[in-house]
Design a binder for this molecule. Structure first.
Ligand code: SAH
Length: 276
């Protein structure tokens, strides 16, 4: 059956399939991309070895590297805009809650977890809340959001830190940019993102199995720029096996942090000045 037609601009189509392909082809592909990405993880064991692709043994080195980086940022006076003592973090693509359990819950009073794969999120809830290992009145895992990053809108001004580790490769460039633009509104003043991800030596590497891409450092920086984010600090993760991608930690702020008047005047104490 031939169904020739046209569009509102008068463009002619020889058949409907041609038109549908043009209108929906891309978004169908995008739906498949995300379905395959989550589908891959749905088949994976809810274990540390599972979420780290068989590299469960690197978790200690990973957490140690993250802790040094996080500490340096939380104690950085340039980033402390009168931060309240009640700290809140968001763990993005949290998997089974490995990062929250081993790191974030010790530093933040509340941690929210976002993870699209239900059995991972359930495992996280199980270990963080039901078993109550790290859950105290002072430090608790609060909200468990079973949504993908590209569909998430945070409560405005809720977070001191938004942690994104080993999951942003699942997002297309457009969704990467709109995620960070949306998530910015979820940061408190002086809040920041930490992105910890594999990096390719150059360009990108597409993984067709789990539908994700590994971007190069340059690629990340270009996307961060397009998000309107300021790259405040970068550090390489050390002590990972040589066969793995280089892992980098990026700290990103919504604006260039300015020196406070106090630290500026401190800088000039060695210059001559008039005694008043
Ligand atoms: N960040 C965790 C888990 C890493 S495994 C850790 O470091 O331990 C990668 C995680 O990304 C999986 O839990 C997977 O379900 C999640 N993921 C896959 N697609 C995603 C998407 N579109 N948005 C958010 N998370 C996603």
């Amino acid at each position: 059956m031939e169904l020739a037609g046209s569009d509102s601009d008068g463009r002619e189509f020889t058949n409907a399939a041609e038109m549908w392909k043009e209108q929906l082809g891309e978004s169908h592909k995008k739906i498949d991309w995300y379905r395959n990405g989550v589908g891959y993880w749905q088949e994976v064991d809810a274990s540390v070895d599972g979420v780290l692709g068989g590299y469960g043994h690197i978790t200690d080195a990973d957490i140690k590297g993250s802790e040094v980086f996080l500490n340096s940022l939380l104690s950085d006076p340039l980033l402390d805009k009168g931060r309240s003592r009640h700290l809140v973090a968001l763990d993005c693509g949290s998997g089974i809650g490995r990062v929250t359990k081993n790191l974030l819950i010790r530093y933040f009073n509340e941690v929210d977890l976002l993870e699209p794969v239900p059995h991972f999120l359930e495992a996280a809830r199980q270990s963080l809340v039901l078993e109550g290992v790290t859950d105290t009145d002072e430090h608790r895992a609060m909200n468990f959001y079973c949504v993908p990053l590209q569909e998430f809108t945070p409560d405005s001004g809720r977070y001191d830190v938004i942690w994104v580790q080993w999951c942003i490769g699942h997002l297309t460039d457009d969704d990467f940019i709109s995620f960070f633009k949306t998530a910015k509104a979820g940061l408190k003043p002086g809040g920041f993102f930490i992105v910890k991800e594999n990096t390719a030596r150059n360009g990108f590497v597409l993984d067709k199995q789990d539908c994700s891409i590994t971007r190069s450092d340059l690629y990340f920086k270009e996307l961060f720029r397009r998000c309107g984010l300021h790259l405040y600090k970068v550090k390489d993760q050390k002590e990972f096996p040589r066969e793995l991608f280089q892992v980098k930690m990026y700290a990103l702020t919504t604006e260039v942090p300015k020196r406070s008047r106090l630290s500026r005047s401190k800088q000039h104490v060695n210059q001559p000045s008039i005694i008043k």
